[in-house]
Design a protein around this ligand. Structure first.
Ligand SMILES: O=C(O)CCC(=O)C(=O)O
Ligand SMILES: [Fe+2]
Length: 213
């Protein structure tokens, strides 16, 4: 039976000011991939500066990409490690899925995030650094525990509250943010005390090093 309410990959999840598509589950066996990445990658705590204060996160990250790319955000320079066979393979798979939506992109970088438990999240932010270009294309593949992903409009409010769009990201699910999304919306992964297991997201990006400010 077809689910009349299941979003089509071509549906825009945002009401305006950007474009987010849900490509659904694109990985047949996500668990082996999850455990492979947890064990094989050199995870490190992230360092974030908020209101002038530096924090070390329990969320763990790895930057991966082409050898000529390193990435700078929140004032910190990130070392990029070369593509592993596994992630390079996933990158190719993701690019093929996007092609079917009419999005033709060759990602040169990936930020992998590991949330060991439901106590780990990522606060509201926009991936709007200059080096990502004016309309960044960011594809995000989720593995492991299902977690809630929230978009919050930067300026538009309704009934005195910011406009929000929420979705749940499941293991093997791929979404893509593009168009004006980073310009007008922030996004976050909320903490969830009931999430018993870990989650990984692979966020593929295209970096234009010459746009660095
Ligand atoms: O883990 C996620 O799904 C979100 C990650 C994210 O927003 C980022 O890496 O910029
Ligand atoms: Fe992000």
């Amino acid at each position: 039976m077809t689910d009349l309410f299941a979003p089509k990959p071509t549906d825009n999840l945002l009401p305006y000011d950007g474009q987010v598509n849900d490509l659904g589950i694109v990985i047949d066996y996500p668990s082996p991939l999850f455990y492979n990445l947890v064990t094989e990658l050199p995870w490190q705590a992230d360092v974030v500066t908020l209101f002038g204060k530096t924090h070390v996160t329990t969320r763990q990250i790895v930057w991966m990409g082409d050898s000529d790319i390193d990435y700078q955000y929140s004032g910190h320079i990130r070392q990029t490690i070369p593509w592993t066979d596994t992630v390079f393979h996933v990158k190719h798979h993701v690019e093929q899925k996007l092609l079917a939506l009419g999005i033709d992109v060759n990602f040169n970088s990936c930020l992998l995030n590991y949330y060991p438990s439901g106590d780990d999240g990522m606060g509201y932010h926009a991936d709007d650094e200059r080096e990502l270009g004016a309309q960044p294309i960011i594809a995000s593949l989720s593995l492991g525990a299902t977690r809630k992903f929230i978009f919050k409009h930067k300026t538009i409010r309704q009934k005195n509250k910011p406009v929000k769009v929420e979705l749940y990201l499941e293991s093997g699910q791929l979404i893509v943010m593009h168009g004006d999304t980073q310009r007008f919306w922030k996004h976050s992964i909320t903490k969830n005390k009931t999430a018993a297991t870990g989650r990984i997201s692979l966020t593929f990006r295209k970096i234009y090093p010459n746009n660095r400010s």
